[in-house]
Design a protein around this ligand. Structure first.
Ligand SMILES: [Zn+2]
Length: 110
């Protein structure tokens, strides 16, 4: 499972950040176009946290909506795809500004 290796890496980074202290909450930032399934991430967290300082911690996810940039209009527009037409001028834009995030937002220690 793709999500399990992602979560194992996120937990490894959180363990490093915690430097031996227990973690209360791990927050991930997940873009809607990041290609991972938040539910699968949650399941992977339950599996991968065992026997680490992250065991028993909460998993929070900030879901980031996808936004494209239209150079013609000099404006962002909401999208659900990597390549989409600007709703104002209908030009295609593949300049995705947000929505592919997959990173640790914060590690809260006890
Ligand atoms: Zn436009």
């Amino acid at each position: 499972m793709h999500e399990l290796s992602i979560m194992s890496e996120a937990i490894r980074l959180a363990v490093e950040a915690a430097a031996g202290r227990p973690v209360r909450c791990l927050t991930l930032r997940v873009g809607v176009l990041s290609g991972v399934d938040p539910e699968a991430l949650r399941f992977a967290f339950d599996v991968a946290q065992q026997n680490t300082v992250v065991a028993g911690a909460e998993l929070e996810m900030e879901i980031v909506a996808a936004v494209c940039w239209c150079a013609g209009c000099n404006q962002e527009f909401a999208t659900g795809r990597l390549l989409d037409a600007c709703p104002r001028c209908h030009d295609l834009s593949g300049d995705l500004r947000r929505g592919r995030e997959l990173e640790i937002a914060s590690v809260e220690l006890i």
